[in-house]
Design a protein around this ligand. Structure first.
Ligand code: GDP
Length: 205
């Protein structure tokens, strides 16, 4: 699959402001600076669809983009800002939890992990929350071009080993580089498969 059209739909401060849940939806989340905007731009083939390098913690909006007029790509505000207040963090958590739990058309959450680092507690904690809430997710390792292939693969493996300590089933993960277009085909192929399943389930109901 290719994304031939991708347009900005709306930025919502709350889940209530999101578009009608009438199409399958894929959310992207991760620490600030993990490469989320760059990844969304790579997947959609547009340079400036998602805004790269926003001021950390300033805007906490749920951003909807419509792809191929048939599914939503959702850019969620990042976590792990060093300098945000307790209040900001609490409101982020509340908003994200509500969005993830209530958005009935959410097919999976892509959690982005920087492939340059060892497994980080903050990311593992976030995945644990998803598990507790019963939200399906996949992991996307980012910035593969920034280290050697061997180091990126080793960090990804270590992260998955950490996950195995807590999870029986490890969902599919992807290695990506937005600079090299690495992982694009795989992620879009996966979304296309999930779109098909979504369609079949809808027509069966
Ligand atoms: P966000 O805050 O998660 O949306 O991250 P951005 O997409 O704004 O990326 C943060 C920084 O990392 C920017 O300077 C990007 O140019 C850079 N970056 C993002 N993805 C990649 C990548 O795959 N490779 C390299 N080399 N740099 C990247």
């Amino acid at each position: 699959m290719e994304i031939s059209t991708a347009t900005f739909v709306i930025s919502s401060p709350k889940v209530e402001g999101c578009p009608k849940p009438d199409m399958p939806e894929y959310a992207f989340i991760g620490r600030s600076n993990v490469g989320k905007s760059s990844l969304i731009n790579m997947l959609t083939g547009q340079k400036n669809l998602a805004k790269t390098s926003n001021t950390p913690g300033k805007t906490q909006l749920i951003n909807h983009f419509l792809a191929n007029k048939s599914f939503y790509i959702v850019d969620l505000p990042g976590y792990g800002f060093a300098k945000v207040s307790q209040n900001t963090r609490a409101s982020w958590e509340k908003m994200i939890e509500k969005y993830l739990k209530e958005r009935e058309n959410l097919v999976t959450v892509f959690v982005l992990i920087d492939s340059r680092h060892n497994p980080q507690k903050l990311d593992l904690d976030f995945l644990r929350n998803l598990g507790e809430w019963g939200i399906p997710f996949n992991v996307i390792f980012t910035k593969a071009d920034k280290s050697t292939q061997r180091d990126a693969a080793r960090n990804a493996k270590m992260f998955i080993e950490e996950m195995k300590k807590e999870w029986e089933f490890i969902p599919r993960s992807f290695m990506t580089s937005s600079v090299k277009n690495l992982g694009k085909k795989e992620i879009l192929g996966y979304i296309s498969e999930l779109n098909q399943v979504y369609k079949e389930e809808k027509s069966a109901n």
